[in-house]
Design a protein around this ligand. Structure first.
Ligand code: FAD
Length: 523
């Protein structure tokens, strides 16, 4: 079994070579002792700790298909329907504990996307990407390394393709090809958990055409590779986290994540760590494989976060004695319906997938995009309810330092104590207030709901593309008698799994097109 304890993880992170990390105009020498990053480190360490927890651990580990024994689920590709279901459950449970990103999920999704993709590439192009990837995954599994997927480019002017931007670095690119590897240049933005990662997995953000092939790059590099500069993003709570223990109460909870901008200046990647090099024709497929897995996680993890928000809303309304009101119960029930809907969608997307010839499991992409779409919308309805129950005084609550101050504290406490709930203290109320504030507007949790794993429009576009519109029209035409070929329609209905969704048939059709293209070129 290769599982690091949280302490072993911390020691391994401290052993990384010095990294260029900046925040508020200052260089951070040691991110593991830096106040604004403390909640993020707590979260990362908790994720390592939970993998060995007797209750939660079994959901976070899996028998490896590459090395002997159990490994962390975050370093293994999805290989079965059971794995896909487990992924959703794990995402939910971790979010219920942390109320923030688990920091390691994107890395596992990059692994799950690259695994079938490199297999396809080798089949069609005769490359050896799959073996390279497997070797790297084994290394990552043997050492239980934290990996982050690094997709999002700055992208400049969205009207222009990557090769037409004002600067060629607006999308991360291959600047130079050498016998022993490549040199990459550019930037990636909004990178979650990256400062506490061991490995950075670079994946293209878009599908690219032949004249943009320098942007078609996938590879893995250690986070402390020379030439990389990290700039930590701000959150409204970062300075609260840098304060003492009382000030930290205002941060809302023990765990949070971080995002960073990463600048790559002539970073060398050796051949054995390259999994796509100018293979532009495979970029759409990689995005399909990646998002199918990543977007099921969005459902599980937003569901877990909403469990926390719903519980906090219930506590807040109890503190003012309005919990029995009919509209309150209705609103709480709606919160539960929404979070369980996300869970159900996410589970269904994983369940209705298919087995790829590489052995990998690909979730149902249409359902995965539906999950992501709902994950961008539903939290905001719940946020409005939680903020309503918080009361206006929750929104404008005083600082913990005032509540605990020897002079002003007792005066505040008299009014802030939630007298409607027996035994509850002013401190309890402030903690719940700050938790709701954290989830609704203090951290990047809501930004992640909107943008993490792609925004609502991306999900809408993919849902449109992955729907078999002819089938839907046939259903209607058969029902109202416009179409007479009932049997044909019934067959289509019965084939639901592969028909209405891009699914197995869609992926096969895409691969066949690539194979045919290659044969025609050879002729
Ligand atoms: C908290 C947080 C955590 C994140 N974590 C990660 C991470 O770990 N790794 C990672 O790689 N990324 C991460 N992301 C990035 C995330 O994946 C992107 O923000 C997301 O894909 C959207 O990309 P964008 O920000 O460039 O916005 P855009 O895609 O540019 O979207 C902005 C708006 O412009 C519209 N738009 C853009 N281009 C066009 C066009 N051509 N035509 C029509 N409309 C257009 C969009 O529809 C949208 O309405 C994270 C983001 C956040 C906020």
């Amino acid at each position: 079994m290769t599982l690091k304890s949280s302490q072993e993880y911390l020691e391994s992170i401290k052993k990384r070579k010095p990294m260029e990390i900046w925040f508020r105009g200052e260089k951070i020498d040691d991110p593991t002792t830096y106040g604004p990053l403390s909640s993020s480190l707590n979260a990362m360490m908790k994720v390592y700790e939970l993998a060995q927890d007797s209750d939660i651990g079994p959901l976070m580990t899996v028998e490896s298909t590459l090395v002997n024994g159990l490994v962390n689920f975050y370093v293994a590709p999805l290989m079965s329907r059971e794995d896909a279901v487990k992924k959703t459950k794990m995402a939910r449970i971790l979010a219920e504990v942390l109320g923030c990103c688990s920091h390691r999920c994107t890395g596992s999704e990059a692994i799950s996307g690259l695994y079938p993709l490199t297999y396809d590439m080798d089949e069609i192009k005769g490359t050896d990407y799959h073996e390279r990837l497997k070797k790297w995954i084994k290394y990552v599994q043997d050492n239980d390394l934290a990996c982050t997927a690094t997709l999002t480019d700055p992208k400049g002017d969205r009207k222009l393709t990557a090769n037409k931007q004002k600067h060629p670095d607006f999308y991360l690119r291959i600047k130079e090809k050498r016998d022993d590897g490549i040199v990459i240049s550019g930037a990636k933005v909004n990178q979650t958990g990256i400062i506490f990662a061991h490995e950075v997995v670079i994946v293209p953000t878009n599908a690219f055409s032949e004249d943009e092939k320098e942007y078609a790059v996938a590879c893995a590099i250690p986070a402390d590779t020379p030439g990389m500069t990290y700039v930590l993003g701000r959150t409204p709570q970062d300075l609260r986290l840098a304060g003492d223990e009382i000030e930290k109460i205002d941060a809302g909870k023990e765990f949070a994540d971080h995002q960073a901008t990463v600048i790559f200046e002539d970073v060398f990647v050796p051949n054995e760590r390259i999994f796509m090099c100018e293979d532009y024709e495979f970029t759409p497929l990689l995005l399909e494989y990646f998002t199918a897995v990543h977007r099921i996680t969005a459902g599980g993890c937003k569901c877990g976060g909403l469990c926390m928000l719903t519980g906090a809303a219930d506590l807040a309304i109890e503190y003012i004695g309005a919990e029995k009101a009919g509209h309150v119960k209705n609103k709480l029930a709606e919160m539960v319906i929404k979070l369980e809907t996300l869970y159900a969608l996410s589970l269904a997307a994983g369940f209705e997938g298919f087995e790829h010839p590489s052995g990998a499991w690909i979730p149902n992409s249409l359902l995965a995009h539906c999950t992501k779409f709902q994950a961008t919308c539903l939290p905001f309805e719940d946020i409005a309810i939680a903020r309503e129950f918080l009361t206006g005084w929750g929104e404008t609550a005083p600082a913990a330092k005032d509540l605990f101050h020897p002079v002003i504290g007792p005066k505040l406490e008299k009014y802030f104590t939630p007298v409607a709930k027996e035994g509850a203290t002013a401190e309890d109320r402030l903690r719940v207030v700050r938790l709701i504030e954290h989830l609704c507007r203090g951290s990047n949790w809501t930004a992640m709901a909107i943008h993490g794993g792609g925004n609502m429009e991306a999900a809408r576009l993919m849902a449109y593309r992955h729907t078999d519109w002819n089938k839907l029209k046939d259903i209607a035409a058969t029902a109202c008698g416009v179409s007479k070929d009932k049997k044909k329609t019934y067959r289509k209905i019965a084939e639901r799994k592969g028909q209405i969704d891009f699914g197995e048939k869609g992926f096969k059709a895409y691969l066949d097109k690539l194979k045919k293209g290659k044969e025609e070129k050879q002729v």
